[in-house]
Design a protein around this ligand. Structure first.
Ligand SMILES: Nc1ncnc2c1ncn2[C@@H]1O[C@H](COP(=O)(O)OP(=O)(O)O)[C@@H](O)[C@H]1O
Ligand SMILES: [Mg+2]
Length: 364
């Protein structure tokens, strides 16, 4: 086991900068998740750590060893991809043993190790089968097992659950978390799925367009996002972002006024007429009666019952033909919202996020 250090890593392909100035340190034994939309550079980061991709700039360390010029084979890293490839002619046991045998481990040690790995992944009863006799989820567990069987220093996973159906993905995700608790190998996991990131990670690294947006534990990234990109990417349904203009202590959205929370008034004194993007999480909005302390109102356009709650899409009527702001909220089934209803919303001012409308930087 070992820590992994990326110090200002950049990778360019001709004139495409895939990743730029990537700096973070994963402490020995932790489980980190790299998350971001497709094309943001997640796989490139993983491939540079594995040694499958050279870096254009920066320093890369595994443990205390600088590995920039160390070939992949000598980095003691195991990687599992979305498209796992098991050896079809070998049994599960032979697949699991493959990496160990390549390293000329003693047969009795190989047997012990395979039994331990198979037990921890719930595949001990499948050892004599061939891959074609397994379900997709079982095959992926064998692929994970084959990678950890030889006890690498670092475990790298690139969207390993993407090919599984939803139920299996949830089950395998939980098993993966337990597996990490048992074996404690330093793990870096790549996904575009923010729920996977939230549920698995000790720390999340949010990426966009090849750059780090924020690093933090899941709860911090959710509650205290650094910018509008992180705010709208982490959390489901995503945070609502509404364009507004600030004037005299109020944010104006299509003629409706949202009072500026006291904590921000000093900072915004010189921001008269500036544009801000207001962030509100769907789960932090309440419905109130028409003459209650409403902050915003809008018309229901879509109703999506989920059983425990109902997702509602709302339009804020536009004043002068500009595009109509849309919001999502979660309401209790007892509210019985219907398409066309006018809803009055309120929220705790502590739950209002304010972002610079042009840069997306968090302002409050
Ligand atoms: N071998 C390559 N040649 C040229 N461009 C590449 C290569 N690999 C990745 N890229 C580019 O680098 C960016 C990041 O890609 P990638 O790391 O695969 O993103 P992700 O895994 O987050 O979807 C993309 O714009 C992609 O097109
Ligand atoms: Mg990728």
């Amino acid at each position: 086991m070992a820590r992994v250090v990326l110090d200002s890593i950049t990778r360019r392909f001709n004139n495409v900068t895939a990743i730029e100035d990537i700096t973070f340190e994963v402490p020995d034994g932790e489980f980190w998740v790299l998350v971001g939309p497709s094309g943001c550079g997640k796989s490139t980061i993983l491939r540079t750590i594995a040694g499958l991709e050279a870096v254009t700039g920066g320093n890369l360390y595994i443990g205390d060893r600088r590995v920039n010029d160390i070939p992949a084979r000598q980095r003691d890293v195991a990687m599992v991809f979305q498209n796992y490839a098991l050896y079809p002619h070998m049994t599960v046991a032979e697949n699991l043993a493959f990496g160990l045998k390549m390293r000329q481990a003693e047969p009795s040690k190989v047997r012990d190790r395979i039994e331990t790995v198979a037990r921890s992944l719930n595949i001990a009863h499948l050892l004599d089968r061939k891959p074609r006799q397994l379900s997709g989820g079982q095959q992926q567990r064998v692929a994970l097992g084959r990678a950890i069987a030889r006890q690498p220093q670092i475990f790298l996973l690139d969207e390993p659950l993407s090919n599984l159906d939803a139920q299996l993905r949830d089950d395998t995700r939980a098993e993966l978390k337990q597996l990490h608790r048992n074996v404690g190998i330093t793990t870096i996991y790549v996904t575009h799925d923010q729920i996977e990131a939230m549920t698995l990670a000790d720390k999340i690294v949010v990426l966009n367009q090849g750059r780090i947006q924020q690093i933090g534990d899941p709860q911090t990234v959710y509650a205290d996002p650094a910018n509008a990109m992180v705010a709208s990417f982490i959390g489901s349904p995503p945070m609502n972002l509404l364009n507004s203009i600030y004037r005299e202590g109020k944010f104006w959205i299509e003629g409706q006024a949202v009072s500026c929370p006291e904590r921000l008034q000093g900072m915004l004194r010189s921001a008269q007429g500036q544009r801000f993007s207001l962030g509100l999480r769907p789960e932090q909005i309440q419905l109130v009666s028409a003459n209650g302390l409403a902050c915003l109102e809008g018309i229901v356009t879509v109703v999506e019952p989920l059983g425990r709650e109902i997702l509602v899409r709302l339009e804020i009527p536009s004043q002068n033909g500009s595009s109509t702001p849309v919001m999502n909220l979660c309401v209790a089934p007892a509210e019985r919202p219907g398409v066309g209803d006018r809803l009055h919303l309120s929220f705790n001012p502590d739950h209002l996020y304010v972002f610079d409308a042009s840069t997306g930087e968090r302002r409050g």
